[in-house]
Design a protein around this ligand. Structure first.
Ligand SMILES: Nc1nc2c(ncn2[C@@H]2O[C@H](COP(=O)(O)OP(=O)(O)OP(=O)(O)O)[C@@H](O)[C@H]2O)c(=O)[nH]1
Ligand SMILES: [Mg+2]
Length: 295
């Protein structure tokens, strides 16, 4: 028997750099919500990858940002907790600019841990720009620097190998068949939220929180029943979510249901309701008891 390596690997970086895309491609499973808009992820999300001689437990995190709402402070706490748990950190950046104050501040937050730099979205830049950029990052003490495209699955195998190499020795923490730690309900909520991020613009996705109130398995031949509430901050947002004659929410419901069915591998009946919870993003109690109730 060779050596077995096990450890937690936090994926951190600014909003929208592609952290959740990377988590999903690493574990080869559509686990974490992805959208073209920043601040999609609100929770730390575990994705467990088992190899022949390793178990890598990835932690996707919300994008690092300056808090504007109480909700943001909770999101930043998730990032801090992920870094505290981690044995190794992947710092993800975009290739469009040289390291600036934001990148450097994230690098400085990860003090004593080994860190790997993933320069993502390299499909979007000219190749000759890459080497000078890598050079700029060399001074920050990364164990390795990997140019990748999470979206196009490029450079991922090399990144994986370097992650495994840098994991501590140890036995696996989780059973082989486990890929994450939060319940199905959480991921159902995330798929609805992801749908909202894709379907609605402006402030709407940021003003929404989703709670599955009922998730009932039904006898053979009948679909599971899921009832979920979408919380918004204002009546005007409720009207936008619903749309004219309820058409917008109908389309959202269809998209979310299809993705939930893919995720669960079985058909479901999904019912969506919209409730107004004024200024919930500043409401500690609500954030704690609803948004972060699985933590
Ligand atoms: N072109 C290109 N786009 C990418 C790549 N990786 C991710 N994206 C896109 O970047 C956007 C953001 O991706 P996410 O994975 O949601 O980014 P994130 O860092 O998790 O964002 P937050 O959760 O908001 O912090 C999505 O539209 C992705 O499709 C890549 O390698 N190339
Ligand atoms: Mg994300």
């Amino acid at each position: 028997m060779g050596e077995f390596r096990t450890g937690y690997v936090a994926i951190v970086g600014r909003p929208n750099v592609g952290k959740s895309t990377l988590l999903n491609v690493l574990i080869n499973y559509r686990l974490s919500a992805i959208s073209p808009k920043p601040q999609t992820t609100r929770h730390k999300i575990l994705g467990i990858l088992n190899g022949e001689n390793y178990q890598a437990i990835f932690i996707d995190t919300p994008g690092v940002l300056k808090p504007r709402y109480e909700l943001h402070r909770f999101m930043q706490k998730e990032v801090e907790e992920a870094m505290e748990t981690a044995d190794l950190v992947i710092i993800m950046v975009e290739p469009f600019n040289e390291p600036g104050p934001e990148e450097i501040s994230i690098i400085e937050q990860v003090k004593s841990l080994p860190k790997i730099l993933a320069i993502n979205k390299i499909d979007l830049i000219e190749k000759p720009r890459l080497l000078p950029l890598i050079d700029k990052y060399r001074v920050y003490n990364f164990v390795e620097i990997h140019p990748i495209s999470a979206l196009h699955n490029s450079g991922i195998d090399e990144l994986k190998q370097s992650i495994v190499k840098n994991l501590p020795l140890g036995e696996p923490f989780y059973p082989q068949d486990q890929i994450t730690e939060k319940p199905e309900r959480f991921f159902v909520e995330e798929l609805i939220r992801e749908g909202i991020f894709h379907r609605y613009g402006e402030e709407i996705p940021y003003s929404c929180a989703v709670e599955v109130e009922e998730f009932r398995e039904r006898p053979q031949g009948q679909k599971d029943y899921i009832r979920a509430v979408i919380y918004v901050e204002k009546p005007s947002q409720r009207a936008i979510i619903l749309g004219k004659n309820g058409e917008a929410i109908k389309r959202l419901g269809k998209l979310a249901r299809e993705n939930i069915e893919k995720f669960l591998g079985r058909p479901v009946y999904l019912e969506l309701f919209v409730k107004v919870k004024p200024d919930w993003r500043e409401d500690k109690r609500f954030i704690k008891d609803t948004v972060y109730r699985y933590d």
